[in-house]
Design a protein around this ligand. Structure first.
Ligand code: GLC
Length: 424
């Protein structure tokens, strides 16, 4: 009976599909080249398994550009793309704009369980006014990648736990290595003017006891802990000179990853996706990389920013039933496991972390589970991107040495307050 029902469902889906323009479901996704390749293979398997034709619309790596690429068709209520991945920080905006289709109807119909997903992430990001409007595909947290071989060579038994240790160790090894590698750097991280800078700033700030919001939910940037943290970021570039000068002009995820992967950096801040690429054939650092939680300021624990990407269906899609089939496919145990095994990402489903094969192949995933559970989120309000742009601008100007850390955060807070007031 189940088989017959399934065949009938598929036949009806195909019928609808065939009557659509071009007859294809459209899925918009971006990322590093390896990620887009992964999605291409996955959409092919989906097509084979379900018979539902699907087109992948490629997007760039940068999250801000990806958001722009989606805002345009959604604002103009276009039918394409039918579904897409969203950065955790834009879901609030997309939901408030009513661009996302509530999934509850399909969930009840198919007895789809949301139990296996990270509870805290679902509650924080994927529910809006009681409706489930997205599902987490993978969760991100900032991590410290380090050169195991170099730390060992210089007598360090473990990666640094504090920023002071990281500076000390970087200065020593950078100096020694420069003879061999003139372009060698101690620490590379994302300092260009874009969303990734906000994540880096939040991590430095939170690991100094600061952050973005107070307990009352007020947006506060100009805190002594934040100023100290920003000053430290400036010092990494200008005083200690262990981070390259192009940190604030060019450094985004992929630029940072390439520098480290070419063997020209001791430490790197990046998301989990960099791990498999560092271990790939042709990487100069293959087998030489360790991974650890980010350091903290003296006596305080390190903090990771909570990132990650979620799947949602457009309210304007004219192929919602097929789109839901794709959502089920990418959130299935099988595909979520492929995500770890193929890319080394942290899946949105918690049950994968206990999978025997995953545990054997990615022992660090279990060890770092705490990093993701304790990661600090960026504020989740619909106008977040406006506030983020302000933070990006002032923090970046300070990194460029154009304005002091205190003044930059003061100006950022005042500008951000105007935005908050306008939207309250
Ligand atoms: C990663 C994170 C995302 C963050 C972005 C910043 O893609 O998953 O949440 O906004 O990096 O560059």
């Amino acid at each position: 009976m189940k088989k017959i029902l399934f065949a009938l469902l598929m036949a009806s889906l195909l019928l609808v599909t065939c009557t659509r323009r071009g007859g294809k479901l459209t899925f918009m996704v971006g990322g590093a080249p390896s990620e887009v390749e992964f999605w291409e293979k996955l959409t092919e398997s989906f097509e084979k398994e379900t018979g539902i034709p699907i087109d992948l619309i490629r997007q760039p790596t940068d999250t801000d550009q990806r958001r722009q690429g989606l805002v345009i068709p959604l604002k103009s209520r276009q039918r394409d793309p039918d579904l897409f991945l969203m950065d955790v920080v834009w879901i609030g905006q997309f939901a408030a704009s009513k661009w996302l289709l509530p999934l509850d109807r399909w969930i009840h119909r198919d007895d789809f369980s949301v139990d296996p997903f990270f509870d805290r992430v679902l509650e924080f990001a994927d529910r809006y006014n009681g409706d489930l409007i997205a599902l987490p595909i993978y969760v991100d947290g900032g991590l410290l990648y380090y050169r195991k071989d170099l730390l060992q060579r210089f007598g360090y038994r473990a990666p640094p736990r504090s920023w002071t240790e990281l500076v000390r160790c970087s200065l020593e090894i950078q100096k020694a290595l420069r003879r061999e590698f003139p372009n060698f750097w101690g620490y590379c991280w994302q300092g260009a003017q874009y969303e990734g800078l906000v994540c880096n700033f939040l991590e430095f700030a939170a690991s100094n006891g600061g952050g973005f919001t107070t307990q009352e939910g007020e947006l506060c940037l100009n805190l002594p802990e934040n100023i100290e943290a920003l000053q430290f970021m400036v010092d990494l570039i200008h005083k200690y000179k262990i981070s390259p000068p192009n940190t604030y002009t060019e450094m985004k995820e992929e630029e940072v990853r390439s520098l480290f992967q070419s063997g020209n950096a001791l430490f790197e801040r990046n998301w989990p996706y960099a791990w498999s690429l560092h271990q790939a054939r042709g990487s100069a650092v293959k087998g030489k990389v360790g991974i650890a939680p980010l350091p903290g300021f003296e006596g305080k624990p390190g903090v990771s920013a909570l990132g990650g990407w979620h799947i949602g269906i457009s309210r304007y899609s004219d192929a919602k039933a097929q789109a839901w089939e794709f959502v089920k496919f990418v959130t299935s145990y099988k595909v979520q496991k492929e995500l770890v095994v193929g890319l080394g990402w942290n899946p949105g489903r918690v049950d994968i972390y206990d999978d025997q094969e995953v545990r054997e192949k990615f022992p660090h995933l279990q060890a770092l589970k705490g990093v993701f559970e304790g990661a600090v989120a960026r504020p989740n309000f619909p106008y977040y991107t406006l506030v983020s742009e302000i933070v990006q601008k002032w923090v970046n100007l300070s990194l460029a040495g154009k304005i002091g850390a205190g003044e930059a955060l003061d100006r950022a807070e005042k500008e951000a307050e105007r935005v908050v007031r306008a939207y309250r």
